[in-house]
Design a protein around this ligand. Sequence first.
Ligand SMILES: [Fe+2]
Ligand SMILES: [Fe+2]
Length: 353
Amino acid sequence: MSAVLLVDDSEINLAVYRGALHGFDDVEREATTSPLDALRRMRTRHYDLVVVDHHMPQMTGLDFIREAREIDGSTLMIMITADGDVDVRRRALELGATDFLTKPIDRAEFIARVRNLLSLSVSRREIADRAERLHEEVQDATRLLREREIETIVRLTRAAEFRDSVTGLHVIRVGEMCAALARTIGLPEQECEELLLAAPMHDIGKVATPDHILLKPGRLTADEFEIMKEHAATGYAILDGSTSPMLKTAAVIALNHHERWDGTGYPNHLPGPEIPLVARLCAAIDVFDALTSVRPYKKAWNTDAAIAELDANAGTHFDPDVIAVFHDAATEIDDIRRRFSADPGAGTVHRAM
Ligand SMILES: [Fe+2]
Ligand SMILES: [Fe+2]
């Protein structure tokens, strides 16, 4: 169904137009002698075609077209002018008129023009609908891909948990806390979202750490510790080379989460500012969460004591700026700790080192 609005101050002209449209099926006709009333109607619904007279006492056709274009950019408009109004026609075109008819109206020409413009309007609408459908399909497909990417990552992270039974809620908390800290710093929302899933993979390289080291309840020997340290480079090797921004971030975190601000960390002994920011965030959060969790060899520290420990190591282990922001995010981080706190903590030793 198409809709046509006829605007002419003369009732007689309106009757003529309406009569000419008599043979049109599937067309809704509205008519008004007031251009202001016509503009009001255009604000409440879309018309495929507006036929407007130029010479009207309330408002000229040109002024009408200017305002009508602001209301509805896609309506087609025919302006009716007196013969010889060349300037008016040029102005009307500039303002957005689609076509013209000259008074006195030739009925056959009027019918032909209206028919042409209505079919143009219908095909325009079809093209717009198709574009809209395509856009929605692309969005759906993108959402699906993203969901699958997230699922793959979550499953990869879960695979690592089977090796290190303490990691379950720990890795979820690390993701949530890193995202909260990143938000407080003011990183773009997309990067915060990436951290939510990337940070939990920080220890994924431990899938390659031998059981007798990973699960050893006591202290590691120097040699064993060297092998343990390989989990950073192994994690990077597992995650590196992806085009997924999330996996790229995860690779950077896996490699660098044991670097220290004073350059004594591993594997590359990077001096503070050269450690990627996401890894500096994860380093502080990883230690904070280990401190505030129960471990077979220690009780859970309270939040204040854990933050005091971060403060004591700001500038040596941790980026002092990150620790400063940690204070601003402390309430939120503590909330996350409580929300995901069913961690039994028992079982194997989680080494935050
Ligand atoms: Fe680690
Ligand atoms: Fe960890």
